[in-house]
Design a protein around this ligand. Sequence first.
Ligand SMILES: Cc1cc2nc3c(=O)[nH]c(=O)nc-3n(C[C@H](O)[C@H](O)[C@H](O)COP(=O)(O)OP(=O)(O)OC[C@H]3O[C@@H](n4cnc5c(N)ncnc54)[C@H](O)[C@@H]3O)c2cc1C
Length: 441
Amino acid sequence: MSINTQATVAVIGGGFTGLAAAYELSKQGIKVTVHESEPDIGGLASAFDVQGEKLDRFYHHWFTNDLHVMQLIDELGLNDKVSINPTNTGVYYANNFFKLSTPWDLLNFTPLPFWDRIRLGLLALRARRVKNWQELEDKTATEWLKQLGGDKVYRIMWEPLLKGKFGSVAEQISAVWFWNKLKLRGGSRGKGGEERLAYFKGGFVALAEALAERIQAQGGQVILNSSITSLQPVANHWQLQCTTGEFTVDQVIVTTALPITADMIQSWASPDYLASLRRIHYLANVCLVLELNHSLSDTYWLNVNDPSFPFVGVIEHTNFERPESYAGRHIVYLSKYLEHTDALYQMNADEVLDYALPYLQKMFPALQRDWILDHHIWKARWSQPVVEKHYSRLIPPEQGPKAGLNLCSMAQIYPEDRGTNYAIREGRSIGKRLAEKIKHT
Ligand SMILES: Cc1cc2nc3c(=O)[nH]c(=O)nc-3n(C[C@H](O)[C@H](O)[C@H](O)COP(=O)(O)OP(=O)(O)OC[C@H]3O[C@@H](n4cnc5c(N)ncnc54)[C@H](O)[C@@H]3O)c2cc1C
C-alpha cells in the first residue's frame, strides 16, 4: 500500500516526546510540523550557555538501562557523544554526610541501627523483585515502605525524600511510583555495585537538536516561538490558532501538560472531559544553578534528608561531567519541587540565592560567597505529575474526544515515572502508530 504523503500532522511541543513523534512520522514521508512555544527546543531538557557550552537548565542524566534513548542515539549515529561515568551518591542527615554509592555503603549508614541497615538493603532487593505493579496500586509509598522496612527506616531514609520531593502531597504518592524509582536506580550499576550514569556531550539539548535536524532532513518542519492557543475540529480537519498564524491539518499530537491541552480545546470539549484533563495535580520545580570556582564535595548526587533544608538535592554536575567542559567552572544545582503558588517559586535568582546560601554554608562551611562566579534560576510550572494511588484510573486515553486528536504527554507515562527515555519511547510509538493509520486511510 502506498503512503498517503498528502496527510498532514501537527505536533504540539518541541520536547523529547514531540520530537520523537515527529521523527517517526517524517521518516515515513508524512508531512509533519512541530510547534514549540518557546524560542528554544528541548522543553524540560532545554539548555542555556555556560562559558560557551550548553548546560541543561534542570540537571539530567540517563541510567544505563534507559534503552529507548540509547537505541535512538544509535540510530542517529551519535554513540560517540555518550559518556558513561561512575557517580557518587550520598545523603546529608543530621549535619553529616554519608556515602550511599554501593550496597556496602549501606552497612556504614550509622543513623540507622545495624539491623535496620540490613532491612534497608533487603527492602531494595525485595522491591526489585515485585514484577506486577498492579498489586501496589492500592497502596501509598508510605504504607508500602513502612511495611517493607519498618518505621525507623521510613522516618530516617524515605520520609525526608518523599517530603522533599512532594511536600504536602508526599503521603498521597503511590507505592508504584516509589517501586519504579528503586528498580531503575538499582539497575544502573557496574559489576562492583557502583552506580553508573550516562550523559550526552553538549547536554541533553544536543540530542534534541540532532533530532530536530533529522526531522527537517526527512522533510518535516520545526517552528519555534509558535504557541498554540486553540484547536478546533472543522469537518475532518483540525484548525490550529497560534501566535505564528492559522494552520489546518489532518491529525494533531499534543504533548503539552494536560491542563494546557484542556485550555486549547475548552471552547468545544465537554466539561467532564476537560475536568479529566485538569484532574492530575502537577508540581512545579525551581533549580538554582551555581557556577563556582571550587568544588563543594566529591559527591554527584546528594539527597538532603534534613527537613529544615529547603532543597531536596544538591547535585554537583561537574562530579559527573568534567569541569573542563565549562572552562573549569564547577556546576551545582539546588533543586526544589513545589506548588507553583509557593513564595519560593515567585522569587528571582538573587532572592533564591540569598535564601539558599546560609543553608548551603551550613552544609559546606568552607563555602564563601566569592566562590560563586555566577548564578541562574530556572523554573518549570509543569515539572512533575503527582502519581497518586490508582493513578492508572486518572490517565486520559491517547485518543482525544474527537477523531484526529491524539494526546501523548508525560503525565500519561505509567507505571514508570516521566523521563526522557520514556518520552522517546512514547513519542516514537505514537508516531509509528499514526503513520500506520495514515497509510491505511
Ligand atoms: C528538575 C528535573 C530533573 C529531571 N531530570 C531528568 C533526568 O535526569 N533524566 C531524564 O531522563 N529526565 C529528567 N527529567 C524529566 C525530563 O526532562 C522530562 O520527562 C522530559 O523532558 C519530558 O519531555 P516532554 O516532551 O514530554 O515534555 P516537555 O519537555 O515539557 O515538552 C513539552 C513542550 O511543549 C511546549 N509547549 C507548552 N505549551 C505549548 C503551546 N501552547 N504551544 C506549543 N508548545 C507548547 C513546552 O514549551 C515544551 O517545550 C527531569 C525533569 C525535571 C523537571
